[in-house]
Design a binder for this molecule. Structure first.
Ligand code: IPM
Ligand code: MG
Length: 386
């Protein structure tokens, strides 16, 4: 029998604070994570990276290969928000966020949606509140970056379908023509056995660790039977053959959205292909109380990255109005991932305690209170200590 090695107590955390409110909310997430980790006997060393809109506008650099490989040596990555009205949409989102997800094969996008004390919700949630989680496949589907637009007079289009992914490489070419000639575009979505099997397993493990026995497979196999029928059938097969304690049910994404709005508390683990997971996780965030509290993780077998679901909100950047709770809860997901579950639990309890005990005026601005981003971070850090 081998004895367990000494528990790791020092962690290197790469940080991309990013744009807009990113740096403000990340400062609070760092503050709170630092205190929680130290109460657990662990130290966090932060390694900052400047990438984002300002860096791009100043230097023309998006995300160099050298930084990607350097970050790979960290224990985790904390990211604030990327994007600015000064940069054409897509450049930084694809160039930083999606590049990192793909480079480190972060195949799980974990997005819990949990109601919190005194946080107003757009529909009543009932006494037990909402406690659901989106498990989004994070590397395939319509997000593979395979697509092209024909020339403007149109008629034909050629698009190489070559890419390297963790687990497989793909080769091919799309060659299309339309008659009569007209401009058109095509974007290729792919789902693989490798991709669906591993996310289905992750969803089952998530259900079991939540003490649940159900995974809802989110699909649209009635309209796109090849792509989503394959996702659905592969997920069902994995669950049936490998997880006898888990049952699946299936919901078309449109009907699911309808039912989520009417009864958000009825759902637990939602297993989604990439695009539906993107959409459903914003809906879930809205139902649970808003993007200000929605945390997320991009998880793989290598470097994992934790980020609030919200964007850079340039309209409120620098005003102190940003709500840091989503970033703070993303810090908790990060700590749980690196093996500090007690520190993570402490943060989640401190956030709930702060919201439950705060007078209305002490709530974040987003919830009608007067507490600035820094004051919310301070109040949560204080709850950790006592
Ligand atoms: C998200 C975002 C990204 C996505 C964008 C910015 C590319 O909406 O993280 O949900 O679609 O995944
Ligand atoms: Mg999104």
């Amino acid at each position: 029998m081998s004895l367990p090695g000494p528990k790791k107590s020092k962690f290197d955390i790469a940080v991309i604070a990013g744009d807009g409110i990113g740096p403000e909310v990340i400062a609070e997430a760092r503050k709170v994570s630092q205190v929680a980790a130290s109460l657990d006997g662990a130290a966090l060393e932060w390694v900052e990276y400047p990438f984002g809109a300002s860096h791009y506008l100043e230097t023309d650099e998006i995300l160099p290969e050298s930084a990607i490989s350097e970050m790979g040596g960290a224990d985790a990555l904390l990211l604030g928000a990327i994007g600015s009205p000064l940069v054409k949409p897509g450049i930084l989102e694809r160039g930083i966020l999606l590049t990192l997800r793909f480079a480190f094969d972060q195949y799980v996008n974990l997005r819990p949606a949990k109601s919190l004390p005194n946080v107003p919700t757009p529909v009543p949630l009932g006494a037990k509140g909402m406690d659901s989680v989106v498990i989004r496949e994070n590397t395939e589907d319509l997000y593979m970056g395979l697509g092209a637009v024909s020339d403007l007079t149109g008629g034909s289009l050629e698009c190489p379908l070559d890419l390297e992914r963790g687990g497989y490489s793909m080769r091919g070419k799309l060659n299309m023509s339309l008659a009569p000639a007209m401009p058109f575009a095509a974007q290729v979505a792919v789902s693989t056995g490798h991709g669906v099997e591993r996310i289905a397993r992750y969803a089952c493990e998530a259900a079991l660790s939540r003490g649940e026995s159900r995974v809802t497979i989110v699909t649209k196999s009635n309209a796109a039977p090849a792509l989503y029928g394959f996702f659905e059938d592969t997920a069902k097969r994995v669950i049936d053959s490998e997880y006898p304690a888990v049952k699946w049910d299936v919901a078309n994404v449109d009907a699911l959205c309808y039912h989520l709005v009417r009864n958000p508390a009825a759902y637990g683990v939602l297993l989604c292909p990439n695009l539906f997971g993107d959409i459903v996780s914003d809906l879930q965030a809205g139902l649970a109380g808003g993007l200000g509290t929605a945390a997320g993780g991009n998880i793989g077998d290598g470097l994992s990255m934790f980020e609030p679901v919200h964007g850079s909100a340039p309209d409120i950047a620098g005003t102190g109005r940003a709500n840091p709770i989503a970033a703070i809860l993303s810090g908790a997901l990060l700590l749980r991932h690196i093996g500090l579950p007690d520190a993570a639990g402490r943060i989640e309890s401190a956030v709930s305690d702060y919201l439950a005990s705060s007078p209305p005026v002490g709530m974040p601005v987003e919830f009608g209170g007067g507490s600035s981003c820094v004051e919310v971070g301070d109040a949560i850090a204080k709850k950790l200590n006592g």
